[in-house]
Write a protein that binds this ligand. Sequence first.
Ligand SMILES: [Zn+2]
Length: 191
Amino acid sequence: MIQKTSFSHFSDYLFINLMNTLKMQNHNPIDLLTEKENATQWLTLMEENGLLTASQIEQIKQAPIQLDDLRQFRDECRDHFASNKSHDSFIHLLTNATKAAPLSFLLEKKNLTPLPSKGGTQGLLAIMAFQVLQFEGAGLLNKVKACENDDCLAFFIDQKGKRKWCSMEVCGNRKKAKKHYYTKTKTSKNT
Ligand SMILES: [Zn+2]
């Protein structure tokens, strides 16, 4: 079993997990998708957690994963959600990805599973783009947020519209401790 910790900020959403394959470690950005086996491990982790089905994995494995293409899609998603600027070009990116490997659908365990017509990166990106487009259709894309800790690269889904940090335990507490420290030093200077 692959450890969730090697890919941090585990989410129930495939595209969030892809975006979070870039993370901060000791103040340095680390890319978790640099080796071929990283993509294989990531896919296995998604399957183990039910975010990709066995039939989807089987189809994806019909062709190799091109890390450059996967990273490019990831970075374009990250840029979009970090800045929220060009909505149209983002939708264009997603629809192009679904066109590159058109989807058919399987009914598996009462769930509708999108199955791409091609394997490899194109197949994986089509599944992911479809998920993001479904999000857009449900008006949920504005719930995707970047963590407000400057020293964190994580994205998360802010269901209630109030969350600032990827995790209260990690970034929230760190930020609060910092604020507390500054308030304390300021107060002690004044007295
Ligand atoms: Zn964070």
